[in-house]
Design a protein around this ligand. Structure first.
Ligand code: KG4
Ligand code: ZN
Length: 349
């Protein structure tokens, strides 16, 4: 039985290392954000991401181990995100994890990044623990810069995809909108801040597929509508009405996410739900979802942002679940830009 893993996450632009126990207790979690490195380019530059991972990763491994209070003797395995993601970023994590596992005689387990997001509500530390008794089955909305999907989590390792965005991820829509109105990259959090001073009814934005009988979502129409509105307003009005623009845009995204989560819970006859991924840090989404859950008597868990955004602790816990089932990855483990066959089951909505 493996009680603790050291986990590595480098699938996109954040370098993250954690030490996690089988119970979900996070003994250490350290991450290096690359936002400043990519901001001048207005988006993630894969070559820069890979280069920064290779610079940051080993110092973070040392730091995570030191903060956990353990030495390598206390670590049973190395878990690493090997799919899906930017290939140059994944390679750095996978090669490092394999070298550590081989050099130190530890087991190796490759983890799907999205499975990490789905188990994030079961992580705990001194400030967060999942509510007592919270367990599968539940509906999960994983909403980030790269992904926006609805899942039915039947058990650990048993995930059905109910529906996904047909085009942009919700976080990507926030980031593109932020860029259009001059808030920089990544702009989701800036839109959230501006929106607090704005009127969500000031502008009418489309809510793609909201009333359609499908679990699928769409945010590209919203992005195009925002682009047209910004062109017609002109730069002075955009600056003057920035808070109203942000509040109205944000409300459209949040409306779609809540309606789709509600549809999933209703059709799947579930009374538990999770919202995870970077966009779940959005203050309006959090408060609207909490009100909704109270009204609908749904047990809702939105893990704190440190467990929702890309982090290695969630990878560690997903890896521990797999090791517990007797899985182990070979030293030939390869990174892949896509999820593996069998990682998720697709359900037509
Ligand atoms: O999960 P994450 O850290 O990385 C990905 O896997 O993409 O999510 C990052 C995304 C970005 O698009 C960012 O703008 C968005 O999450 N985000 C937010 C907020 N905080 C982060 N979007 C809206 N409101 C926020 N407060
Ligand atoms: Zn992610």
């Amino acid at each position: 039985m493996i009680d603790r893993v050291l986990a590595i996450e480098t699938s996109c632009d954040d370098t993250s290392v954690a030490v996690v126990e089988r119970t979900g207790r996070v003994l250490s979690l350290v991450s290096a954000s690359q936002d400043l490195a990519h901001a001048p380019f207005g988006g993630i530059v894969p070559e820069i991401a890979g280069r920064n991972h290779s610079r940051n990763l080993l110092p973070l491994v040392d730091e995570a181990l030191r903060l956990s209070g353990l030495d390598w003797g206390g670590i049973g395995a190395v878990a690493v995100t090997n799919r899906p993601g930017l290939i140059g970023s994944l390679i750095v994590g996978v090669v490092t994890a394999k070298s550590l596992a081989q050099g130190l005689g530890k087991k190796l387990i490759g983890v799907n990044h999205l499975e990490g997001h789905l188990v994030a509500p079961f992580l705990s530390d001194e400030d967060f623990a999942p509510p007592a008794g919270f367990a599968p089955p539940f509906a999960a909305l994983a909403v980030s810069g790269g992904h926006t999907s609805l899942y039915r989590v039947n058990d650990f390792g048993k995930y059905e995809i109910l529906g996904s965005t047909r085009d942009d991820a919700a976080g990507e829509a926030f980031d593109k909108f932020a860029k259009m109105i001059g808030l920089g990259f990544p702009g989701g959090v800036r839109v959230d801040q501006e929106a607090r001073r704005g009127d969500a009814k000031a502008f009418e934005f489309p809510r793609g597929l909201i009333h359609e009988d499908t679990h699928e979502m769409s945010f590209s129409g919203l992005k195009s509508a925002a682009h047209r509105l910004i062109e017609s307003l002109g730069p002075e009005q955009v600056t003057a009405r920035r808070a109203d623009l942000c509040a109205s845009f944000q409300e459209a995204v949040v409306d779609v996410l809540i309606v789709k989560l509600e549809r999933a819970v209703r059709l799947e006859k579930l009374n538990r739900a999770v919202i995870t991924g970077g966009v779940s840090a959005n203050s309006r989404l959090r408060s609207r979802a909490e009100d909704w859950a109270r009204k609908m008597k749904i047990q809702l868990v939105i893990p704190p942002p440190r467990f929702c955004t890309d982090n290695a602790a969630m990878i560690g816990l997903a890896g521990l679940h797999r090791l517990e089932k007797g899985e182990e990855s070979p030293l030939s483990l390869a990174p892949s830009p896509q999820s593996g066959e069998g990682d998720f089951q697709w359900r037509s909505s």
